[in-house]
Design a protein around this ligand. Structure first.
Ligand SMILES: [Zn+2]
Length: 339
């Protein structure tokens, strides 16, 4: 049943008809709605996919969303990340803070939890144990994190929805414990040199990917399973392709065939190349308070510096994201010299 609430001090009671139009869709129905309101969704990444999925789930009456992202809103995000504004970018707001503000204005009944730290082998299992998510959503743009999600979700038997988009294309697959996993489909090394800063990304490719992810989630709420189809599409040619997921299962797969989870045990690298020609460098968290650099923006969780060549974002947990460096060596040198 749709929940009704009366918030003291202003917000009116939720009208009975709030979810009526989606409940009327027989494929989703009352049962899907009920489960949606009881569900917890762990959204890893709050970029184009994660923010759009979070918005749709909140509008659909999701009970609880846990959103993890470490980035700030940037002007170059705004053409495709529709939950963020110019004011968010001007304030260098953390995406999770901007997104939570946005979502709370959409549906006050959805509980929103945010985490500003990076999701890694050190914390992903703790997040899963703490929140026991019904479904995990891939909102990342990094294959290293996707394969980590793949291992964690297989180990803890949590269904998850893979989503990826680049240029005019997108790919979506709902992955559960019985079917093929991401490693059955793809090699772990997906470093093709192509990312959204090189190949670009059109808003419809991102939004369609996010919508297909939400469609899979709603399928799961209504029926207890995903569509069992790998969906790929190109918004330029308007070609959609679907492949039966069970054909993709690799019985010898290290993750889903042998229950081996090497990424969950892997030590973190100190320097990581990110989408957009940026580098992330992990420093000791104490440097966040001891640094003497004259930052243009400074808050409890975040500091920002910009000159003619470099942009440096410094997070409270010691992560530094630098853009403008020609290569990894230069990125490390500049960060160690300046911070
Ligand atoms: Zn597999």
């Amino acid at each position: 049943m749709c929940r009704q609430s009366v918030k003291p001090g202003g917000r009116p009671a939720v009208p009975v008809s709030r979810y009526e139009r989606q409940i009327r869709c027989g494929a989703f129905g009352q049962k899907g709605q009920q489960l949606m309101e009881q569900a917890t969704f762990l959204v890893i990444g709050a970029g184009a996919l994660g923010s759009a999925v979070s918005e749709q789930l909140t509008r659909a009456g999701a009970g609880r969303l846990v959103i993890c992202d470490m980035d700030i809103v940037e002007v170059s995000n705004l053409h495709r990340q529709s939950c963020y504004t110019e004011a968010d970018a001007a304030d260098h707001l953390l995406k999770v803070i901007a997104l939570k503000n946005h979502l709370q204005n959409i549906n006050g009944d959805s509980e929103i939890f945010t985490h500003t730290e990076e999701v890694t082998s050190l914390n992903i299992e703790a997040l899963i144990r703490r929140y026991t998510p019904t479904i995990v959503i891939d909102g990342t743009d990094a294959f290293s994190t996707r394969f980590l999600i793949n291992e964690a979700c297989h180990k803890h038997q949590i269904p998850w929805v893979y989503g990826a988009c680049l240029g005019t294309k997108g790919t979506v697959l709902g992955i559960d414990h019985s079917g093929p996993c991401l490693k059955c489909l793809l090699l772990e090394d997906q470093s093709t040199g192509q990312d959204c800063s090189i190949a670009g990304i059109l808003p419809p490719a991102a939004h369609l990917s996010a919508s297909m992810q939400v469609a899979e989630i709603m399928n799961y709420m209504a029926t207890g399973q995903f569509s069992q189809q790998l969906i790929t599409f190109d918004t330029q040619t308007m070609r959609f392709q679907q492949t039966k997921a069970d054909r993709l299962k690799n019985p010898a797969c290290e993750t889903c065939g042998q229950d081996r989870y090497h990424l969950l045990q892997r030590q973190l690298e100190n320097v990581v190349k990110l989408c957009g020609g940026k580098y992330m460098i992990r420093l000791n968290a104490e440097r966040f308070t001891s640094t003497k650099l004259n930052f243009q923006k400074s808050s409890l969780h975040f500091k920002y510096y910009q000159d003619k060549q470099y942009q440096i974002s410094f997070f409270h947990d010691g992560r530094v994201i630098i853009s403008g460096a020609a290569n990894q060596q230069q990125a490390e040198h500049i960060v160690n010299q300046m911070l």
